[in-house]
Design a protein around this ligand. Structure first.
Ligand SMILES: NC(=O)c1ccc[n+]([C@@H]2O[C@H](COP(=O)([O-])OP(=O)(O)OC[C@H]3O[C@@H](n4cnc5c(N)ncnc54)[C@H](OP(=O)(O)O)[C@@H]3O)[C@@H](O)[C@H]2O)c1
Length: 333
């Protein structure tokens, strides 16, 4: 951060193929003045999410990110000054504050948060990642003790929490992740029962060995071929929680969907349900109570991957899409 200057990272061009550093530019602007109903916030941590890339394709559950605008992104910020009754200087908030040092944001678009240590937990286990894992697994996947739960992007921010909650609920847990090291880490550190390295080829066969009794719940973060491999190994009455489709985000999405839809869904009486975590915010406090008690008792380990410096945000997102991260990736501004 520099005196009186607001560094901002713009998306200067929407990528047609893979995202690269050439799609971003940093500029220096003046620090904005908040208007009535707004607060001026100083950004502390920017959340890096696979969805950041999906927003470049077009409107999703939010508007598309357009070229030559400040790159959108959620984050944790501190209120510097406020022209809204509900916020005061020093408050800690979460919101879509963008890739920049400062933002003037309507107070009703910010969520005031309790100050906790470490503050980064507000973005990881007690933030969108933890809540997505919690509601997606427990409400959509509805695992029962003894069932087999499979999760993809298992070493990522959402996936690593999904697998641990499934273990807490007494399930057999299989993670799918890229590379031997990540797979070993899932088993040795996070207590997964088995892990499949999808980069090692033959996912179907490896999955069959890792989940010999079939799959009862599949928490899908990636879509594509991995979804296809899981679909065909679902048990009757199984549930697929559709959380995201990372394999389709960076580049041109594949023209064909996974085979077996809808045939396998019919024959195996599957429930396949998409969800958006924002729809569960009225139950946020209940989820946080559970997550906090699991963290306090050591049953839920928090894995964070903190990149230093606003200027490194583009590369941090490019790296996340390539699988560099373990757990929740964020940038300390
Ligand atoms: N529905 C909701 O409300 C909601 C909310 C938040 C997030 N999400 C979704 O949750 C998922 C996880 O997102 P995140 O932001 O937490 O990211 P993340 O899991 O922390 O990181 C992304 C990971 O995806 C893996 N990956 C990348 N390309 C892949 C491919 N082609 N096939 C398989 N795996 C691939 C990489 O790990 P490997 O090394 O294993 O490849 C990478 O580390 C995304 O689908 C996101 O859209 C949904």
């Amino acid at each position: 951060m520099t005196d009186g200057v607001n560094r901002q990272i713009l998306l200067v061009e929407k990528p047609a193929g893979k995202l690269g550093p050439q799609h971003f530019e940093m500029r220096q602007a003046t620090i904005p003045e908040p208007r009535d109903g707004e607060a001026l916030v100083r950004v502390r941590y920017i959340s890096l999410d696979a969805a950041n890339r999906a927003w470049m394709h077009g409107a999703t559950y939010r508007a598309a990110v357009e070229a030559n605008t400040v790159m959108a992104g959620g984050g944790i910020a501190e209120v510097v000054s406020s022209r809204a009754a509900e916020l005061a200087p020093g408050d800690i908030v979460f919101g879509d504050i963008g890739w920049q040092d400062f933002a003037a944001v309507r107070a009703r678009h910010l969520t005031k948060l309790a100050r906790i240590e470490p503050m980064t937990y507000l973005l990881s286990v007690y933030g969108i990642a933890g809540l997505t894992a919690y509601f997606g697994l427990l409400d959509v996947g509805r695992p029962k003790s003894g069932e087999t739960v499979v999760v993809s992007a298992a070493a990522g921010s959402v996936g690593s929490i999904v697998g641990q909650i499934a273990r807490i609920k007494g399930c057999r847990v299989v993670g799918i992740a890229g590379g031997k090291d990540k797979c070993n880490w899932l088993m040795s550190e996070l207590g997964f029962d088995a892990a499949v390295d999808y980069k090692d080829g033959a996912v179907f066969k490896a999955l069959k060995a890792a989940a010999p009794n079939g799959i009862d719940v599949y928490f899908d973060n990636v879509g594509g071929d991995i979804l296809e491999a899981c679909l065909s190994q679902m048990n009757n009455g199984g549930r697929i929680a559709c959380c995201g489709a990372i394999s389709q985000y960076d580049g041109v999405p594949s023209a064909s969907g996974p085979r077996g839809v809808p045939g396998l869904i019919v024959v195996k009486r599957l429930i396949m349900q998409g969800f958006i975590v924002m729809d569960y915010m009225d139950r946020r406090d209940d989820a946080l109570r559970d997550l906090q008690s699991w963290v306090a008792s050591g049953k839920l380990k928090v894995q964070e991957d903190i990149v230093e410096g606003l200027e490194n945000t583009p590369q941090a997102l490019i790296g996340l899409l390539a699988g560099e991260n373990r757990g929740k990736r964020m940038v300390r501004v």
